[in-house]
Ligand binder design. Structure first.
Ligand code: NIG
Ligand code: FE
Length: 407
């Protein structure tokens, strides 16, 4: 049967800049999907649909749309004052223990209307799209009551409906202890497990469940109760683990088959082995490491040695990572964590999709998949990682439509 295209991009380049570099690549789109991709010289005969358009990419590099797999980008207020305090010497932990940090964003998020949260978050998402992102994960966790967590997750869903990006929502009710539960963390966990999570899942607002397992947040035992509640609902789990200390969250998460554990600066070899056995992805967040002036690097060499896939993300949030640049985050993964260029690119494409349990949908360019891709004005993929403060993104195409730039 002859192929029928709605659009055809010719004169693309693809590959990793090494031996697998390909010039003269063509990509045909039909019904929002990639209908054909390969060397232009091998392009088969095709029919043109009524709306057919042909684009000459003039040698632009094509990559899959970037997958931003860890953000907290729906929130009220700002924490610029906290930034000032940290510059003057206060630590993230001190601020959190003194009732600032996450809890101050909780107060601002509870106060904000749904429209206000949407209006503040939409430009953040647009910035990500402008750097090639076509799928983004958004966590709740600044509500810490059913009503506000639901509000955040509805805003996240609305971002996915009104902006040209696929949104995956993650329920992070166990992000911090809300002030009204001070001294009663187990009671709060009970509410998360038996009240909030089932109610939000029933409304279709939860794609995955996350926990901040840390000395300043929730213990391993408390985390386990949440994993059990998620399992009862058949929801996949993730965890903020070993960010500021090692308390054993990663091994628990691996036992529950977590899609990913995230941060991991303090992870040790036994954690990495457990992740390998469970197929858990290591999501590293170099901009949070940078913003917190952390000095302990995640064990990248161990992840490599044990074959644990590494993803990276901005961790966009108002406290530890007010960052909206995937490209700069890739640079940080290389400069601060010792990633290679190829690892940084994989980390934002296939491995990020794996961390969301969506590697069958995102992260590679293949016939039959959604036509989600980015075109870049670069001479080699290293330039994606090399430039700081300048985005060479020429265009972003989602479901076959140009949603940013032009080509
Ligand atoms: O991923 N680690 C916990 N949560 C966020 C920080 C959120 C905040 O400070 O508001 C993180 O770094
Ligand atoms: Fe985070």
């Amino acid at each position: 049967m002859a192929l029928r295209f709605d659009a055809l991009w010719r004169n693309l380049r693809s590959g990793d800049g090494g031996d697998r570099e390909a010039l003269g690549v063509a990509l045909g789109v039909a019904g929002g999907k990639i209908a054909w991709i390969g060397r232009e010289a091998e392009l088969p005969a095709f029919e043109r649909s009524a709306e057919f358009v042909q684009h000459d990419a003039a040698g632009a590099w094509v990559t899959p749309g970037l997958v931003e797999c860890h953000t907290h980008l729906v929130f009220g207020g700002s924490r610029a004052d906290e930034f000032r305090r940290r510059l003057a010497g206060a630590t993230y932990e001190e601020i959190a223990r003194a009732g600032g940090g996450i809890v101050s964003t909780v107060a601002a998020t509870r106060k904000a209307s749904e429209d206000e949260l949407f209006a503040a978050a939409a430009p953040r998402v647009r910035r990500l799209i402008a750097e090639g992102v076509t799928a983004v994960e958004i966590k709740s966790g600044y509500g810490l009551d059913t009503q506000t967590e639901a509000k955040m997750l509805r805003v996240a869903r609305r971002l996915g409906r009104e902006l040209p990006v696929t949104v995956y929502t993650t329920f992070l009710g166990a992000h911090a202890l809300p002030p009204e539960y001070r001294g009663q963390p187990d009671e709060y966990i009970e509410l998360v497990c038996t009240g909030m999570l089932p109610a939000l899942a029933e409304r279709g607002l939860v794609d995955a469940v996350d926990i901040f397992c840390e000395n300043i947040a929730f213990s391993v035992a408390q985390s386990e109760r949440i994993f059990q509640a998620a399992a009862r609902l058949g929801l996949p789990v993730k965890m903020h683990a070993e960010q500021l200390s090692n308390i054993g969250g990663t091994q628990l998460a691996a036992r529950y088959g977590a899609l990913s554990t995230d941060h991991l600066e303090y992870a040790v070899e036994a954690d990495v082995e457990a992740m390998h056995r469970a197929g858990t992805v290591a999501v590293l967040l170099p901009s949070a490491y940078y913003c917190l002036r952390e000095t302990k690097r995640p064990p990248v060499e161990l992840f490599r040695r044990h074959g644990v896939p590494m993803a990276i993300a901005t961790d966009c949030n108002p406290g530890s990572s007010p960052v909206l640049s995937p490209l700069m985050t890739m640079n940080m993964a290389c400069t601060l964590f010792g990633f290679t260029v190829e690892e940084a690119l994989q980390a934002y494409m296939h491995n990020a999709a794996l961390a969301l349990g969506k590697a069958d949908v995102h992260g590679t360019l293949e016939a039959g998949r959604d036509a989600d891709f980015a075109l870049w004005d670069i001479q080699s993929p290293a330039e994606l990682v090399y430039w700081l403060g300048a985005s060479p993104c020429r265009a972003v195409i989602r479901h076959g439509q140009i949603v940013h730039g032009s080509c």
